[in-house]
Design a protein around this ligand. Structure first.
Ligand SMILES: Nc1ncnc2c1ncn2[C@@H]1O[C@H](COP(=O)(O)OP(=O)(O)OP(=O)(O)O)[C@@H](O)[C@H]1O
Ligand SMILES: [Mg+2]
Length: 364
């Protein structure tokens, strides 16, 4: 018996070897029912390989995959409660939109009336009613992708696997399709597993994200969790902008560490005392730093504006600090800074931050 609270997909110590090369290395993940789950990682990190093992197109070398309470070892792809949409959204050029969408229905032998009703429902869902008789070459890229989605969804899979489905689209269309994908997933309540190397896409769409690197999962968390509590340098640098600082913990275990360029910084016991003089990694997001045109009474670190970068809606100010080579990035959002005018290069400024803005990262 499976309870609704059980994971729909349970991946346990799964590896995939191609010869002696491990493309997926000991991955364990639980994906919940109705979840929008993303696999995020650089090219070659093993995302597609993991997805193909879920779909059954690739056998696992080690470990176990259970979907909806059933072990998958012996289950061929077409018997799995899963459908996959590929990166290049191949739809059949010789079939029109209706026949493309209905393609997978053949094995269920619906009556013509049932078939037409199901296709109509899908055309409404992907907002292409009236496009049924068009052929692939008469559709835009985004429309073709929606048809490919409908073709997968008409089979009512429990899980839809999507491998970089929006990769080929331009930025504007991609953002529009992201929104549609999320709305569609919420409406249908189907579990989506999305592969992407676009961190912004993963952050906007997902309930949870697994970050992959070199075949392994290095952190699984909500978008906010990954952003606010990245585990190590790779994730902190991959998701959004980040300032990194080398810090030397004191040997006495005091609540402060000596940070290059910032001086003594409170870390509230999050760095263990060490006597070997090894450095630790501290990180602060640009938007967690405040910029001041005069020394703040509560303390701050003096610096000089090196450059100003306009990012549409906000500025990033790069501030040079004594004792540090890389300038520190400070994001200026409306109302946050008490700098009256937009700072100019060469201007002396002060930066400050709250204790809880300081992240202490794992050495990696
Ligand atoms: N059939 C195969 N035979 C040998 N090596 C393979 C095979 N399929 C994948 N690999 C290797 O496994 C690694 C992971 O590949 P995979 O396609 O899973 O990466 P990915 O994360 O999807 O990357 P991308 O973002 O570029 O699509 C790569 O180094 C790749 O070369
Ligand atoms: Mg891939």
């Amino acid at each position: 018996m499976t309870e609704p609270s059980d994971p729909l997909i349970s991946i346990r110590d799964v590896s995939k070897r191609f010869g002696t090369f491990k493309a997926v290395d000991g991955v364990s993940l639980d994906i919940r029912r109705g979840e929008f789950f993303s696999l995020l990682g650089a090219s070659g990190s093993g995302k597609t390989t993991l997805l193909r093992m879920l779909a059954g197109f690739e056998a696992v070398s080690d470990g176990r995959i259970v979907i909806d309470g059933q072990a998958m070892e012996e289950v061929p792809p077409h018997f799995r409660p899963i459908n996959m949409v590929f990166q290049n959204y191949a739809i059949f050029p010789h079939l029109n939109v209706r026949d493309n969408i209905a393609y997978g229905l053949r094995k269920f032998r619906p009556t013509p009336a049932q078939r037409e009703a199901m296709v109509d429902e899908m055309l409404d869902l992907i907002k292409l009613p009236g496009y049924g008789n068009r052929r692939a070459h008469e559709l835009s890229g985004g429309q073709r992708q929606r048809v490919a989605l409908a073709r997968a969804l008409i089979l009512k899979p429990k899980v839809l696997l999507l491998d970089e489905p929006l990769g080929a689209l331009d930025k504007q269309l991609r953002e529009q399709m992201q929104l549609e994908l999320r709305l569609l997933q919420q409406k249908l309540g189907i579990t989506f597993v999305l592969v992407t190397h676009d961190q912004e896409e993963a952050l906007t769409l997902s309930d949870r994200i697994a970050v992959m690197s070199k075949g392994a999962v290095i952190q699984v968390d909500t978008p906010t969790g990954l952003y606010e509590r990245p585990k190590n340098r790779v994730i902190a640098g991959f998701i959004g902008n980040m300032n990194f600082f080398d810090a030397t913990p004191s040997s006495t275990g005091s609540p402060q560490v000596d940070v290059q360029g910032l001086g003594l910084v409170a870390v509230n016991g999050r760095v263990r005392a060490r006597s070997d003089g090894a450095t630790t990694l501290i990180a602060i997001r640009p938007e967690k730093l405040a910029l001041h045109s005069e020394a703040p009474v509560t303390g701050g670190v003096a610096g000089v504006v090196q450059a100003l970068q306009y990012l549409g809606g906000r500025h990033m100010v790069h501030v040079t600090l004594a004792g540090r080579d890389t300038p520190v990035a400070v994001a200026l959002q409306g109302g946050q800074a008490d700098v009256t005018l937009t700072p100019a290069p060469g201007q002396p400024v002060w930066i400050s931050w709250k204790d809880d803005a300081v992240l202490v990262l794992d050495a990696d």
